[in-house]
Design a protein around this ligand. Structure first.
Ligand SMILES: *Cc1c(COP(=O)(O)O)cnc(C)c1O
Length: 383
């Protein structure tokens, strides 16, 4: 087993889901976002656990991600959140993957695929652009698209959805925009009903709005990042705490490695490519077999990244390489060869920081940190 690995605590996934359920109204379905390999946590294992725990629907971004779940024997409804290439439509339909559609081209593609495969009333969800500015039909054209689906002969409206642009939906300015998007979405739903058609499952809330806008949950919510133990935005944590309904989330992933060597450096010796760090005094340097080829991004090296060994943080020195990085232990450190070195995760695993802390110091979001752990890092599933 490689020293560098991602420990996936399925028990924390269960606990996060249970905690989130406290915010979801009775009768509202849960569609868990497991796209991008469950944000790097492993889509098959996480999907199985979430379905065991009562999640109703899974959401992926590519047809390949959906096929992977089907090939693992998962039979739950799968929603495709992003647009596929034309030649993937038949594969999506043959695997019972429910696409989002919003224009005539995609309606034709899926209706042809459903016809060829002998499917009747194949469900699709209408994507509405209520202000995200990504995919979707404008609310005023939603009725027209609903009619085209109904007229296709092979497709049926399984749902109608939209996506909010702001995850810190609780600041005043963001709140106004979220409310505007919600009203525009309801207008789209009304326009579909005015055609005498049923909009199906209405859903608009991802993690942030699921927690902070219970009144917008409608028929289904689509949480992602909160399942894996992080808030969509720190503002949401503060909002819930001040509203007297705090939510405790625990990171599901711990990204760890170990000290593969300890080297004594005398004053003037340099570390790594570009010689960007030179020992000002005699010191000890630990070599850790993790680098940007694993998802420990090279630019984090210049952001003051620290790794925890024995629960204590030690600074990365020099540039992060593809497969290795070096941390300074200083003189007389208690660290020994083959000690565990934790990059991020849960304090219970000895992590000094979580993915949010790294995200803050490196100018990104936790989503990107966990999704970018690469395939060569084994995922170890434990409770
Ligand atoms: C990724 C995604 C989600 C989940 O987002 P989180 O912020 O992780 O909860 C929900 N809906 C759509 C359309 C998405 O693309």
């Amino acid at each position: 087993m490689r020293a560098t690995r991602a420990i996936i605590h399925l028990g924390n996934l269960t606990r996060n889901l249970q905690a989130i359920r406290g915010f979801i109204r009775p009768g509202v379905q849960i569609c868990a976002a497991v796209k991008a390999d469950a944000y790097g946590h492993g889509a098959v294992a996480c999907s199985r656990r979430l379905l065991r725990d009562g999640v109703n629907v899974l959401a992926v971004a590519t047809v390949g991600e959906g096929v992977e779940l089907r090939e693992a024997g998962i039979s739950a409804p799968i929603l495709l959140l992003s647009l596929c290439a034309p030649d993937e439509a038949a594969q999506a339909v043959s695997h019972d993957i429910t696409p989002l559609v919003f224009d005539e081209d995609y309606i034709r593609l899926f209706s042809e695929a459903a016809g060829t495969l002998g499917k009747d009333a194949y469900p699709v969800h209408i994507a509405v652009d209520s202000g995200m500015g990504r995919i979707g039909v404008l609310p005023e054209d939603a009725g027209h698209i609903a009619r085209a689906i109904a007229a296709s002969g092979t497709l049926a409206i399984g749902g109608t959805c939209t996506h909010f642009a702001l995850s810190d939906g609780t600041s005043r300015k963001a709140e106004a925009y979220t409310q505007l998007q919600y009203r525009r979405f309801l207008t789209a739903v009304e326009n579909i009903r005015n055609e005498g058609l049923d909009p199906g499952l209405r859903h608009c809330c991802a993690s942030a709005a699921s927690l902070t806008h219970a009144d917008m949950q409608l028929d289904m919510v689509r949480p992602g990042i909160i399942l894996y133990g992080y808030y969509a935005d720190e503002v949401d944590r503060e909002y819930l705490a001040s509203a007297g309904t705090p939510l405790d989330l625990t990171p599901v992933m711990t990204f760890e490695s170990e000290v593969s060597a300890i080297r004594h450096f005398t004053k003037g010796m340099s570390v790594g490519y570009g010689r960007t760090w030179i020992a000002a005094e005699d010191t000890d340097i630990a070599v850790i077999p993790v680098g940007y080829g694993d998802g420990l991004l090279r630019r984090w090296g210049s952001c003051g990244l620290q790794l925890a060994i024995g629960g204590k943080p030690y600074p990365v020195r020099g540039r992060i390489c593809m497969d290795q990085c070096m941390v300074e232990l200083g003189p007389d450190s208690p660290v020994r060869r083959w000690d565990k070195a934790v990059i991020f995760g849960s304090p219970a695993d000895g992590a000094a920081q979580d993915a949010d802390a790294i995200a803050r110091t490196t100018g990104t979001i936790s989503y990107e940190i966990t999704s970018c752990i690469t395939r060569r890092v084994p995922r170890i599933y434990i409770e």
